[in-house]
Design a protein around this ligand. Structure first.
Ligand code: ZN
Length: 156
């Protein structure tokens, strides 16, 4: 294993333990929220993910789920990265990650765009695990779309 692969492995192990964003949170007053539940029947991973959207930015991502370490690390990396990230920027990361994961090991991925999600480079060599890595991101994409149809959380 190369030094880079070892570093990526470590990032995934850390996130699988830390589970950033684990535990669903209510959206803040004045924000919109959207939710999505996704299931990966191949591996048994599942996730319910909620986005808290503030105007053009993702304010926070929270989730609850269960699954393999790749799927849990992926949700954790997503939640950490997406915090206060512009929505357009977030969708760029998602597109880049999807291309990386579909490359079957032929792409390295742009680390400038991907940040810690670049750690999934090795996963693209294992097509059966691609869904595990993509699950939280697909959920976030659907949750963002759902947030467009929601009304802002009213102040009490
Ligand atoms: Zn899995």
């Amino acid at each position: 294993m190369s030094a880079l692969e070892q570093m990526y492995q470590q990032i995934l192990l850390d996130h699988a333990k830390r589970r950033v964003g684990d535990g669903l949170l209510e959206a803040e007053t004045g924000h919109r929220s959207g939710e999505s539940h996704q299931h990966n029947p191949v591996c048994g991973d599942q996730i319910r993910l909620r986005v808290d959207v503030d105007g053009d930015s993702v304010h926070a991502v929270s989730w609850e789920g269960d699954g393999c370490s790749i799927s849990m690390a992926s949700a954790s990396i997503l939640a950490e990265m997406a915090r206060d990230m512009g929505r357009v920027e977030f969708l760029d990361v998602l597109t880049e990650l999807r291309e990386l994961l579909r490359s079957r090991g032929t792409k390295e991925g742009d680390e400038e765009i991907l940040g810690d999600a670049a750690a999934f480079a090795g996963v693209s060599k294992f097509p059966a695990r691609v869904k595990c890595a993509m699950l939280a991101w697909v959920a976030a994409e659907a949750a963002l779309a759902a947030s467009d149809d929601s009304t802002a959380v009213a102040a009490f």
